[in-house]
Write a protein that binds this ligand. Structure first.
Ligand SMILES: C[C@@]1(CC(=O)O)C2=NC(=C\c3[nH]c(c(CCC(=O)O)c3CC(=O)O)Cc3[nH]c(c(CC(=O)O)c3CCC(=O)O)/C=C3\N/C(=C\2)[C@@H](CCC(=O)O)[C@]3(C)CC(=O)O)/[C@H]1CCC(=O)O
Ligand SMILES: NC(=O)c1ccc[n+]([C@@H]2O[C@H](COP(=O)([O-])OP(=O)(O)OC[C@H]3O[C@@H](n4cnc5c(N)ncnc54)[C@H](O)[C@@H]3O)[C@@H](O)[C@H]2O)c1
Length: 224
């Protein structure tokens, strides 16, 4: 098991990145579903789950059918050529290790699914512009999944509304408040306002109206 206190989550722009998954079973499908929305995802396998066949048919992932045990090294290198991330997820541990070695030789990031490798895939929550990654660093993926479900219950749709409102306010305040510390104080006053949060249940406009009232109050006080 790798030394786990050196792991940190990163939020990456995967657009245009090539991700190659070996193995089209339940794990390969879960990984392909995660990445297919944002990266060029290829799955190489003997067989493909129903879910992957559907993703392939809809053009969301590229499926390459082959027996990796009889594939030549050059065929494997061709498949991983230009890849940002390789995920060896067949049911054959030795084969996964072989693919890992080839990816390592080519300095490609590897997400190992049958042990803790240098890249760990977290549980992911994506609610609009709010993205949360959760990992136990290999100790208990079930707890990651459990924690995801717990947090999903907390992250109500109002979080996306508040992100939109804060984004709007940040741009407004950059035009009207010179001092960054003052801008930060106003944003937190809005963020911690129960009236603003409750306003969203009426409408976004209602919450925004209450937020701008806080901003005006702050600006009036500071101009005295
Ligand atoms: C988070 C998530 C992301 C994803 O892959 O999508 C993920 N696994 C998920 C679910 C899950 N996986 C497993 C169970 C069964 C219960 C359990 O074992 O706990 C459950 C829960 C379930 O299915 O209910 C079995 C399992 N997992 C690994 C092994 C190999 C081993 O450890 O030996 C075995 C076989 C163990 C055995 O043979 O018994 C290894 C890994 N799994 C990881 C990620 C990485 C560590 C992440 C972390 O530490 O948090 C790591 C190291 C590598 C990797 O990145 O794949 C995803 C939840 C997505 C969601 O939120 O829904
Ligand atoms: N990381 C995780 O969350 C997690 C969860 C469960 C299991 N695992 C591990 O992940 C691995 C895959 O698990 P799974 O449930 O997806 O297995 P699975 O049996 O559902 O799928 C295995 C896939 O590998 C393909 N495959 C096997 N041999 C092949 C070959 N020679 N050439 C091409 N393709 C080949 C099969 O066609 C199949 O599509 C297992 O080793 C398991 O230990 C990881």
């Amino acid at each position: 098991m790798a030394e786990t206190n050196n792991f940190l989550p990163l939020i990456l722009d995967l657009s245009g990145r090539k991700i190659v998954i070996f193995g089209g079973g339940s794990v390969g499908e879960r990984k392909a579903k995660l990445f297919s929305g944002c990266a060029d995802t290829l799955v190489a396998s003997l067989e493909f789950s129903q879910g992957l066949q559907e993703l392939g048919a809809s053009g969301h992932v590229r499926l390459v059918r082959l027996d990796l045990l009889t594939a030549s090294d050059s065929e494997l290198r061709e498949l991983i050529s230009g890849a940002f991330l390789v995920i060896p997820a067949t049911s054959n541990f030795e084969l996964n290790q072989e693919i890992t070695a080839i990816a390592r030789e080519n300095d490609i990031l590897i997400n190992q699914v049958d042990t803790l490798g240098s890249v760990v895939i977290p549980s992911v929550i994506k609610r609009g512009d709010l993205v949360i990654g959760i990992s136990t660093l290999g100790h208990s993926p079930a707890v990651s999944k459990y924690t995801r479900r717990q947090i999903e219950g907390l992250v109500t749709p109002e979080y996306s509304d508040m992100i939109r409102l804060q984004d709007e306010l940040r741009n407004y305040l950059k035009q009207h408040v010179a001092e960054q510390r003052q801008r930060k104080a106003i944003l937190w006053k809005v963020l911690e306002s129960e009236a603003v949060w409750n306003g969203f249940s009426d409408s976004y406009e209602k919450a925004a109206e209450r937020a701008y009232a806080i901003v005006s109050g702050y600006l009036d006080n500071s101009s005295r």
